[in-house]
Design a protein around this ligand. Structure first.
Ligand code: GAR
Length: 212
């Protein structure tokens, strides 16, 4: 993983966001990008399936969209290369997985080494995988939260950039907990991505230092 990424200072930083569903996390980024001081532009939104609300949110904001479906490719490796090509055509400074429910492969990761971020609805390394809020409720933890991390070849294992803690109520369901997490998660994501792009960041083993 390359160690340091300079601030993007002479122009608006370029973000490609990947989604699979409702896109409320994407919406928070789109809203932030509407403020000139944020200094960031979502240049494209991609999805692994058509007709999801996340794509519609992008289209309503006038942002380019693309769909790259696994089922339309002979192998997962072909899909990975196609996805990498689609992302690369927008020359992003960062790629944000915002509720993208597929694992990105080696083509995407090698092309954007250290520049693919994922947001996860739990305090990693607890509760990796696609059912994090359900797993937290089942385990009856009293605190959960969200984690922003740099994607590596593992499942939710990459270097952690930021985390936010959220209380868990004894009567929470997976859905009520996830909604509470998402409220804090959106703010953390928007704030941290803005800082990473405006101030630069360095990856030093598992440690990610933003700015300075
Ligand atoms: C977010 O909570 C995100 O952390 C989670 O999906 C939600 C997206 O919500 N991602 C994962 O679980 C990835 N493993 P949204 O579609 O409303 O933005």
């Amino acid at each position: 993983m390359p160690p340091s990424f300079a601030p993007v200072s002479h122009r608006s930083a370029r973000l490609v966001v990947l989604v699979s569903g409702a896109g409320t996390t994407l919406q928070a980024l789109l809203d932030a990008c509407g403020r000139p001081a944020y200094g960031v532009r979502v240049v494209a939104v991609g999805a692994d399936r058509p007709a999801v609300e996340g794509l519609a949110r992008a289209q309503r904001t006038g942002v380019d969209t693309f769909v790259c479906e696994l089922a339309n490719h002979p192998t997962r490796a072909d899909w990975d290369v196609s996805l990498a090509d689609r992302i690369a055509s927008y020359q992003p400074d960062l790629v944000v997985l915002a509720g993208f429910m597929k694992l990105t492969g080696p083509a995407v990761l090698s092309r954007f080494d250290g520049r693919v971020l994922n947001t996860h609805p739990a305090l990693l390394p607890s509760f990796p995988g696609v059912h994090a809020p359900r797993d937290a409720v089942t385990h009856a933890v009293r605190v959960s939260g969200a984690t922003l991390f740099v994607v590596d070849a593992g499942v939710d294992t990459g270097p952690i950039v930021a985390q936010v803690a959220v209380p868990v109520d004894v009567d929470d369901t997976a859905q009520t907990l996830h909604e509470r997490i998402k409220t804090s998660e959106r703010t953390m994501l928007v704030d941290t991505v803005g800082c990473m792009l405006r101030d630069g960041y360095r990856i030093d083993g598992r440690k990610v230092r933003v700015g300075g």
